[in-house]
Design a protein around this ligand. Structure first.
Ligand code: PLP
Length: 373
């Protein structure tokens, strides 16, 4: 089968290999068969292994849904009665976490921090000191809207010092940036199959400490469908998801995980860095301007300001690139026009070299002066 290859430079879903795409084509199967549970059991362990957890202490709980389902589930399931959530809000994804807590009417301390700089750790420590009833601290590992990398290790250490645990949304870092739940002081993290592992959409997972999940059995239940303990317990008892799983996506994820371990953590991260270096090279050559200093970036997302040229038209540039197999993506910083180039997925340096050629042609055909101002 010949499948057209597109290079996705949007922040997920990512470009996938053909072997992952084709892994979805399987004989029909009822997911309540043991054969299907036997696929998910090693998958859960593999997902823990990616962040170097011991499967006796950490577990992966799978859900059918996009990445946001894990933000929702982790936040609403892990807050005990009489406890408050502390959310470090420095980007669109942590804003989403705040919105989720508000929807549930959960007691929340929202700590706003700058969008383009590392958060102030002293402020976080002061808040923890003043509020001994904080149950967990929540921080986005990598703010995909801007590319900001948060100091999760340091924030996790603070949370632990003050008796709270740490939840981090690693959706746009997991299986890309090497993460170690012990060194990085992570009690819960999460991701989605269409991002780091380069699988298909529809499967997401929370990876976290079994002892806390067990404890959460007695925490207030805020959702029926989106509850961590319920899904965990069902997996432990039956090896299955409580409700219908995304069957084909799980077959693709199995293949994606196989390819992840074949490539290896270090080689994969080196490839992502190679891709980002090629992205940055083009940014510099075209004199484009990034929203964030490179020192505070994850190295997986470049948030680029729109050029100040009367002929710049994002839709036109996007369409020109899209028709040639390259997808670029709008920015996510309020009040600031920009677009993003992301180093996710099954792509390499040469794809970016090819992309910049097309992008430059797009600028020229739109009448944008190159290099830009
Ligand atoms: C992609 C992403 C998500 C999930 O988004 P969905 O559209 O629900 O898949 C969550 N958090 C971060 C940081 C992300 O980059």
């Amino acid at each position: 089968m010949d499948i057209k290859r597109n290079v996705l430079l949007n922040p997920g879903p990512s470009t996938t290999t053909d072997t992952v795409k084709l892994a979805q084509i399987v004989p029909d199967i009822c997911p309540r068969e043991k054969e299907f549970a036997d696929i998910m059991a090693p998958m859960r362990d593999d997902l823990v292994r990616i962040v170097h957890g011991d499967t006796k202490e950490y577990t992966a709980v799978l859900f059918c849904g996009s990445g946001t389902i894990c933000i929702d589930i982790a936040l609403n399931s892990l807050l005990d009665a009489g406890k408050k959530a502390l959310i470090i809000n420095n980007g669109a994804y942590s804003q989403r976490a705040c919105d989720i807590c508000s929807y549930y009417g959960m007691p929340l301390i929202e700590q706003k921090q700058p969008l383009d700089e590392k958060p102030d750790l002293q402020k976080i420590e002061d808040t923890l000191k003043e509020n001994p009833d904080i149950g967990y601290v929540y921080v986005t590992y990598h703010e995909t809207g801007t590319g900001l990398l948060n100091p999760v290790r340091e924030i996790g250490a603070l949370a632990h010092r003050y008796g709270a645990f740490l939840i981090t949304d690693t959706t746009s870092a997991y299986a890309m940036i090497p993460i170690n739940v012990y060194d990085d002081n992570i009690d819960f993290c999460m991701a989605s199959a269409q991002k780091g592992i380069m699988g298909m959409t529809g499967l997401s997972y929370i990876i976290g400490r079994r002892d806390i999940i067990e404890r959460s059995k007695s925490f207030p239940k805020r959702s029926y469908y989106c509850n961590l303990y319920m899904q965990y317990e069902y997996f432990e008892k039956t090896g299955e998801m409580h409700f219908t799983p995304p069957v084909q996506t799980i077959y693709a994820a199995r293949q994606a995980l196989k390819e992840y371990f074949e490539e290896g953590e270090d080689a994969k991260w080196a490839r992502h860095r190679r891709v980002m270096n090629a992205i940055r090279k083009g940014i510099d050559e075209l004199n484009l301007h990034e929203a964030l200093r490179r020192e505070v970036q994850s190295g997986l997302v470049a948030a680029i300001d729109y050029p100040e040229d009367p002929n710049w038209d994002f839709a036109k540039i996007h369409d020109y690139c899209y028709e040639r197999g390259f997808t670029i993506y709008p920015g996510k910083i309020d009040g600031r026009g920009g677009f993003r180039l992301c180093a996710l997925g099954a792509i390499d340096e040469q794809d970016i070299v090819d992309f910049w050629k097309v992008f430059k042609e797009a600028l020229e055909s739109a009448g944008v002066k190159v290099p830009v101002r």
